[in-house]
Ligand binder design. Structure first.
Ligand code: ZN
Length: 237
């Protein structure tokens, strides 16, 4: 599991988030914007883990509303960190359009999922956020592919983005923030992700077991995206 301190190639985003973790007044809604394959989801998971961590250098520090500053980063050893690493933390929620399949309403389950609908947002974000957290550190919701949120879904989220229930943090991940409603954008703290350094992409391709020449080639032609470089390299072999 990657920690916030391990994120490479996104110094601006990491600085913003580290400040957010240690600050006394913290935003509750974030918009992670940037191209695919540059670490937005990995960073969101690392940030969520740090928010939910109950150990660390400042045990007992509250990340929401408390006066004590919290440690920047997860401790990696507390029960919350262990649950997070095992993929079973009850207060970490991923929200994505395919959740429609698990919706309580049968008509939603049978619908075609081209956008992230208001039905999914109501059940899996708004209703879930209003319930008490299972553990001590609040809840984190990560909305994958926020570009696909319908206008209706975004409008339904505005109040919660502006003032989430105590302890709730919402991270929207998108490619192009300009495609979201201005009212959604204005309620979130924007965290920009840029292309990764070419050398970093090359190293990731080497780690994935590709030939040296292939690594050099694809890292130079995939605009700083590890995900894109890997897809194209595999597709060409
Ligand atoms: Zn921890």
């Amino acid at each position: 599991m990657v920690e916030l301190t391990d994120i490479v190639g996104q110094p601006e985003a990491v600085t913003t988030l580290t400040r957010a973790l240690s600050g006394e007044r913290r935003h509750h809604a974030f918009l992670f914007a940037g191209p695919d394959g540059v670490g937005r989801r990995t960073t969101a998971a690392a940030f969520a883990k740090a928010l939910l961590c109950s150990g660390g250098a400042a045990p007992g520090a509250s990340l929401f509303g408390g006066a004590e500053p919290a440690a920047a980063g997860a401790c990696g050893a507390c029960p919350d960190c262990r649950m997070f690493d095992a993929g079973s933390h009850p207060d970490f929620h991923m929200v994505y359009k395919e959740l429609a399949r698990y919706h309580d309403d049968e008509s939603v389950r049978g619908s075609v999922m081209q956008e992230l609908s208001i039905a999914v947002i109501r059940q899996f974000l708004l209703a879930a956020a209003s319930l008490k957290p299972s553990r001590k550190k609040g809840k984190v919701f990560v909305v994958r592919e926020a570009d696909l949120l319908s206008d209706e879904a975004q409008n339904a989220m505005l109040k919660t983005l502006e003032e989430p229930p105590p302890g709730v943090t919402i991270i929207l991940i998108c490619r192009r923030p300009e495609e979201l409603l201005a009212t959604t954008r204005s309620r979130c703290s924007l965290v920009r992700f840029g292309p990764l350094p070419r050398e970093f992409v090359r190293e990731k391709l080497v780690e994935a077991g590709l030939e040296e020449a292939e690594c050099a080639f694809w890292s130079a032609f995939t605009d700083g995206s590890v995900g894109r470089a890997l897809r194209m390299a595999w597709a060409s072999t």
